[in-house]
Design a protein around this ligand. Structure first.
Ligand code: 5AD
Ligand code: SF4
Length: 427
């Protein structure tokens, strides 16, 4: 979400006549987009701002994103060289704020969360020429006890289906072949226009756009992940063979205290839908270890869930207390050494699962979208529909760039995090 926000902000700057330079030292305007989902984000931001300050006189500095929203005007007091503090819910007004800065204003803010708008712009400057993000819903109406997002990104608001579809068609026309639909909780997408599409309907329509070969989406909330999504996926090969379904914990007791609104059994039902679906879907997840009150037995249930589900990859985090969240008031804090031990145990278990699952791919032929080249290894970098990295050698016509092409590749070797193969000549 943040990477795409930066693409939209950069595009707005270009539209206003700015040009991009290679380093902050060369810039007249430095905007720092920030995340505060975990760790000591605020501290990192202030340290970085100090370094920026040393790097230049006469520059204009701005702080964007979740730390801006969270710390607000305090940023001006701690870092007086900053002239703009703006959270993501105010990006629709970013152009106006730029005009104020140019006119010499030195304490410009965009901090209101009271909005029904989303940040849509035709001027997005995209980092990748083949894969494009499209935001379909911003904000979050859940209240997970550990999570700062509802306080930093504000309430849910969906884009109209017309506007999403128009962007998808424009991207296809411009040569993009992969689209990634974005939102904090894409499953609660609800078209505000009379068409009234839900997420599954939107997903199917985007997958049917001529020229779009791959559609991904992130992130799903299990509570709102309906069977209609699996059915839509089964119907459209263009929807990638991958579902990221963050579980957070394998213990119903912990899920309840996290206010996740589903039990372990309800989560497993969704996994069963996916496992018994028309295609093989790769599953990935997010897990938090050491949430307040998580016992050894709770943690073992998370380990057991990994055995049951067999994820292809996961993101795991030590619980990190966040401002404003309900979990801050909870007792039974898990000591950091114990969180660390659980994190390592979890990651080791998952690594073994991935080594085994990836080894099972050897001999398979998979289609990859070529994303780049490892010059030193003499390999092209490919990504499969199920979101694995599959690097490969390609002998025929090696002088030409393959980036952006779709090619069949035979898997010859595997590791815990990626696969290696060779391109297959199609006769
Ligand atoms: N501490 C640790 N991990 C967190 N996440 C969100 N908030 C916290 C927190 N306070 C993780 C969740 C979420 C992912 C994006 O970040 O696992 O799914
Ligand atoms: Fe945070 Fe929960 Fe919303 Fe995800 S669903 S952004 S974890 S509050």
């Amino acid at each position: 979400m943040n990477a795409h926000d930066s693409e939209k902000v950069s595009g707005t700057l270009l539209e206003h006549g700015y040009t991009q330079v290679a380093t902050p030292e060369d810039a007249g305007l430095v905007l720092y987009n920030t995340c505060s989902i975990r760790d000591k984000a605020e501290q990192k931001v202030f340290n970085r701002l100090q370094n920026f300050k040393r790097a230049g006189n006469g520059k204009i500095f701005g702080v964007l994103g979740c730390v801006a929203q969270q710390e607000g005007e305090k940023i001006f007091d701690r870092a007086p060289h900053v002239s703009l503090v703006c959270g993501s819910a105010s990006y629709p007004r970013f152009g106006e704020m730029l005009v104020q800065l140019e006119a010499g204003a030195r304490r410009v803010t965009g901090l209101s969360l009271d909005t029904e708008e989303t940040f849509d712009t035709p001027f997005t400057r995209r980092d990748n020429p083949h894969r494009a993000y499209i935001t379909i819903i911003e904000g979050c109406d859940k209240s997970c006890a550990y999570c700062v997002v509802p306080f930093t990104r504000g309430p849910e608001r969906s884009r109209t289906s017309e506007s999403v579809m128009a962007e998808a068609r424009r991207l296809a026309g411009a040569g993009y072949s992969e689209i990634q639909l974005l939102g904090q909780n894409v499953n609660s997408y609800r078209d505000p226009s009379p068409a009234g599409w839900n997420f599954a309907a939107l997903l199917e329509r985007v997958a049917a756009v001529t020229g779009i070969r791959r559609v991904r989406y992130t992130t799903s909330h299990p509570r709102d992940f309906g069977k209609d999504i699996v059915e839509a996926m089964d119907r459209h090969q263009a929807i990638c063979d991958h579902v990221h379904l963050p579980v957070q914990s394998g213990s119903t007791r912990v899920l309840r205290s996290m206010e996740r609104q589903y039990t372990r059994d309800e989560y497993m039902r969704r996994i069963e839908w996916l496992k018994s679906a028309g295609r093989r879907y790769s599953l990935t997840t997010d897990i938090i270890v050491g949430f307040p009150g998580e016992t050894e037995q709770d943690f073992e249930q998370t380990l057991d869930l990994l055995d049951q589900v067999q994820y292809d990859s996961l993101f795991s985090f030590k619980y990190s207390p966040r401002p404003n969240t309900a979990a801050l008031q909870m007792s039974d804090v898990v000591p950091d050494e114990e969180k660390q031990r659980r994190l390592v145990t979890l990651q080791e278990k998952q690594r073994a699962i991935q080594i085994r699952r990836n080894a099972e791919m050897i001999g398979d032929i998979r289609e990859v979208l070529v994303e780049g080249r490892h010059q030193s290894l003499g390999q092209w970098i490919g990504r499969t529909s199920d979101n694995r990295t599959l690097n490969f050698t390609h002998t025929a016509g090696d002088g030409d760039s393959l980036v952006g092409r779709y090619l069949p590749v035979r898997v010859t070797r595997s590791g815990p995090n990626s696969l290696v193969g060779e391109s297959v000549t199609v006769v």
